[in-house]
Design a protein around this ligand. Structure first.
Ligand SMILES: *[C@@H]1O[C@H](CO)[C@@H](O)[C@H](O)[C@H]1NC(C)=O
Length: 209
């Protein structure tokens, strides 16, 4: 994201802070909050050993950090603060929609998974056709493929790549509100900040707030 480079520049040049940057490694990207947090913890034990650190996290990374602070209780370094940017602390209604209609994140049977994968694949194909043919409304009897074909095909491809991943299961509103939040209280020694963006209602497609 472009704003990271300016944030980094300000922190390094203006504040004079020592900044350590990391991203979730490839295979772990769609992992559960717990596995992503362990990975981050191992990284920080190496890179920030013996130091106090201010964590800044984007999106799901904010949940990883909350889990790390409260449950992994790091001893090799000391978290002083956590600033989350656009983190879905209360879950993403969009993920709920995926769970409801596509069974994503529900660890379904192979047959159901294959069927859902086919629906997504054909929906992205029809979306591609629709955009080249200038057809205003795709003709389909199924409300599911109708709404799916309204999504850009790159987006449905992204959905497929995250198919049934633990990351999905960890981002629904019900999981966050009934399991994660009650079991992950803030650590009183850490200062928490949250930065969120708002999108005009009509323009909003993703549920992340
Ligand atoms: C995330 O989801 C997985 C299942 O996919 C679950 O095992 C795990 O407990 C959840 N929570 C966290 C904090 O990772």
């Amino acid at each position: 994201m472009h704003y990271w480079s300016s944030i980094l520049g300000i922190l390094r040049k203006v504040v004079g802070a020592d900044v350590i940057v990391t991203a979730v490694p490839g295979q772990s990207r769609t992992g559960s909050i717990a596995s992503r947090a362990s990975e981050l913890n191992r990284f920080l034990e190496r890179k920030a050993n013996g130091r106090g650190i201010n964590l800044m996290a984007h999106s799901m990374g904010g949940l990883d950090c909350r889990h790390l602070i409260t449950h992994l209780k790091p001893t090799e370094y000391t978290p002083l603060s956590l600033t989350t940017i656009a983190t879905p602390h209360r879950g993403s209604p969009f993920m709920d929609w995926c769970t409801e209609y596509l069974g994503l994140g529900r660890q379904r049977s192979d047959t159901e998974r294959a069927a859902a994968a086919e629906i997504i694949a054909s929906a992205s194909a029809s979306a591609a056709r629709t955009s080249t043919a200038h057809t205003s409304s795709p003709k389909s009897s199924s409300p599911l493929s109708l709404s799916l074909s309204a999504l850009p095909s790159s987006f449905t491809t992204l959905l497929l790549s995250m198919f049934d991943s633990p990351a999905y299961a960890n981002l629904t509103t019900s999981y966050l509100n009934t399991v994660f939040n009650p079991h992950t209280p803030d650590d009183p020694r850490v200062r928490y900040f949250s930065v969120a963006g708002r999108v005009a209602r009509a323009a909003s497609t993703s549920g992340t707030r």
